[in-house]
Design a binder for this molecule. Structure first.
Ligand SMILES: [Zn+2]
Length: 137
């Protein structure tokens, strides 16, 4: 292998402040990162998938939900987060033309699913809009 880039990464295994589930829409990356810091979430395992909570609440196929739950369980096993944050966002491609109430209802349903499957996690629900982040519920 040819080294192309030098950077010193931390080598210690970490305890995650949270497991974060969100969409991969990059427009909200900076806002979400800053919001997470504000919430005391500095180190986190990021389950970043198109549609975010949709895979838990209303998956296109059942295996999507299992896949997300497996990622969350892996996060728990390796990095022991106590919190899970589920974030939806404005203008999500997975919810094109669908009312905001449906999106936020899906986040709440995803949270219920996660609480039922992993009761050790404190699950929080948020919505990222173009002007900031809102709490759902
Ligand atoms: Zn999205």
């Amino acid at each position: 292998m040819d080294k192309l880039f030098h950077f010193d990464c931390p080598q210690e295994v970490y305890t995650a402040d949270a497991c974060v589930i969100s969409c991969f829409d990059a427009r909200f990356d900076v806002a979400v990162r800053k919001f997470l810091k504000r919430c005391g979430v500095f180190l986190y395992d990021h389950v970043k998938i198109p549609g975010g909570a949709k895979s838990l609440a209303a998956p296109e196929c059942e295996t999507d939900r299992d896949f997300v739950l497996r990622m969350v369980r892996t996060s728990i096993r390796l990095h022991r987060p106590r919190r899970a944050l589920i974030l939806a966002h404005q203008e999500c491609g997975a919810y094109e033309g669908i009312a905001l109430e449906v999106v936020t209802a899906d986040v709440l349903r995803a949270a219920e699913c996660l609480r039922a499957q992993e009761p050790s996690l404190a699950v929080e629900c948020y919505f990222a809009d173009f002007d900031g982040v809102y709490r759902i519920g």
